[in-house]
Design a protein around this ligand. Structure first.
Ligand code: SF4
Ligand code: SF4
Length: 400
């Protein structure tokens, strides 16, 4: 029987705009593009799943095709769900490690010194390249010592009760295991705006699990996060924020569209942080700022573009005195979460990012600014520039 769950492919008018906008189709002949891999062949796959071809694996799920499509075809969702439905799942230790971020992160932060030292050694990189197929050229993000949650409990939680208004902060894996500094900046920015911070119980949002086909595990995490977040918003005015544009995208859209989970109880309360700060600024809650005299190039992540959230980041950054902000042309950085950590896709990933890297080099900024942690890893590895988060810029501006 034909499964007619996602028939948005039927709305395709064959304009091929999506193919023009696909950053992967542009750089490799292995991927014929969204139109062909999505609506064109989905109608065949639902009749005969054997009409599946390996090119689907090249799609990064960046969603740029969906932004471009005038007929609202859920092209990337069609491709992702076809990968789970029709490809035979093979267990790969590399994909397991790359996708189970809570398991690896909780262990790595206990031995972060050793982990960071060993993963930078050439013989270890060679081993990872040859045995696990993680390219030796890929630079691993550093692990922090301990978790952000522990820091928050020890040094910040008590002070938060002094504030009348609170925001619920879904910190995500990057802040918890790699970059406590961003979480600390979020707390200081919120407190400077006279807003307290609470952190809910949480698990990985599921982005790497989705990308690696661990769908049941992704659904389990989604169920856990929806329940945990719902309990924090008994007062309907409570807002949930994230500092990761990909976490926000997963919690708001991937849960409902790809994992088919009911997230309606948290949908309206949840936003990427710059949308929340924008609303606060609009309501007049703008603390005094000191000049941040740097020249910065702003890169907009694909998933933030898909959510329509880029305008809020730009508006918030434009209010920082002294910040010389250049908005880079919209390009995909190419890393796509765990995609750029896989040997078979590494060259494609770097080719996709090359247009962005060139634009950054041309802009010659002091820093690059972006909202997504994996874009940060990709840009820092592929250009000489350090990448900051918009919240960290605000933290500097609000510093007393
Ligand atoms: S999600 Fe990105 S890589 Fe995949 S088809 Fe769409 S534009 Fe291309
Ligand atoms: S942009 Fe949309 S309507 Fe046009 S070819 Fe692609 S899927 Fe079809």
């Amino acid at each position: 029987m034909i499964d007619l769950e996602n028939i948005s492919f039927d709305h395709c008018i064959k304009c091929t705009v999506c193919t023009i906008y696909c950053p992967v189709a542009r750089v490799t002949h292995h991927f014929p593009g969204p139109k062909q891999c999505g609506p064109d062949t989905e109608r065949l796959r639902i009749k005969n799943p054997e009409l599946l071809d390996d090119s689907l694996r090249y799609c990064t799920n960046c969603k740029r095709c969906e932004i471009a499509c005038p007929s609202n075809v859920k092209i990337a969702d069609i491709i992702q769900s076809s990968k789970w439905k029709y490809f035979k799942k093979k267990f790969r230790i590399r994909d397991y490690f790359l996708s189970h971020t809570d398991l690896i992160g909780n262990t790595a932060v206990k031995y972060s010194g050793i982990m960071n030292f060993f993963t930078a050694l050439s013989p270890v990189k060679f081993f990872l390249d040859q045995v696990l197929l993680i390219p030796s050229k890929r630079i691993f993000p550093k692990y922090a010592r301990g978790t952000f949650r522990k820091w928050f409990k020890k040094f910040a939680r008590k002070k938060q009760s002094a504030f009348g208004t609170h925001v619920v902060y879904f910190h995500g894996c990057f802040v918890n295991y790699n970059e406590h500094g961003l979480g600390k900046d979020l707390v200081s920015v919120m407190n400077a705006m006279n807003i307290g911070v609470t952190i809910p119980r949480e698990r990985c949002c599921g982005v790497p699990l989705i990308a690696n086909g661990y769908i049941e595990k992704a659904r389990k995490n989604a169920r856990f996060n929806i329940n945990a977040l719902r309990k924090t918003i008994e007062d309907p005015g409570t807002r949930i924020v994230t500092t990761s544009s990909s976490c926000a995208f997963a919690l708001k859209y991937e849960y409902a569209n790809l994992l088919e989970m009911d997230n309606s109880s948290i949908f309206n309360n949840l936003n990427y942080i710059t949308r929340y700060i924008y609303d606060q600024f609009q309501a007049g809650n703008v603390p005094p700022m000191k000049p941040v005299t740097i020249r910065a190039a702003y890169h907009s992540p694909c998933h933030l573009e898909r959510m329509g959230g880029v305008i809020y980041t730009i508006d918030v950054l434009r209010r920082v005195p002294g910040l010389d902000l250049q908005i880079l042309h919209s390009e995909c950085c190419g890393i796509a979460g765990t995609y750029g950590f896989k040997k078979e896709y590494y060259d494609v990933s770097q080719k996709v990012g090359s247009a962005l890297f060139k634009r950054i080099e041309k802009a010659r900024p002091d820093f690059v600014i972006t909202d997504c942690e994996t874009c940060k890893w990709q840009i820092e590895m592929s250009t000489p520039y350090k990448v900051l988060h918009p919240v960290s810029i605000l933290a500097r501006a609000f510093e007393k």
